[in-house]
Design a protein. Sequence first.
Length: 91
Amino acid sequence: MDATHYFLAVLSAGVVYSFTDWFFGGILFHDKYLAYPEVWRQTGGRSETPAVAWSVVLGFLTAAAFMGVSVTVAVHGTATALCCGLPDCAG
């Protein structure tokens, strides 16, 4: 895998992570977020922006680490990942 494919895979995985986080946190559970603010929000008037930014950064770093491990152990596709060295796996 060359560097272009690696970075495109990390970028796409990070974007998918961001949209998934937005969907679950921003759409599905938004009414719960508003109903119980003491559970979800920080007290003391601090902004949530740094926590959200770190969440996005960690999502991209996790995708990069997962892709790095996949390249290192030669997992180059879904079939290889699902077989995991099983003796009767066709792949």
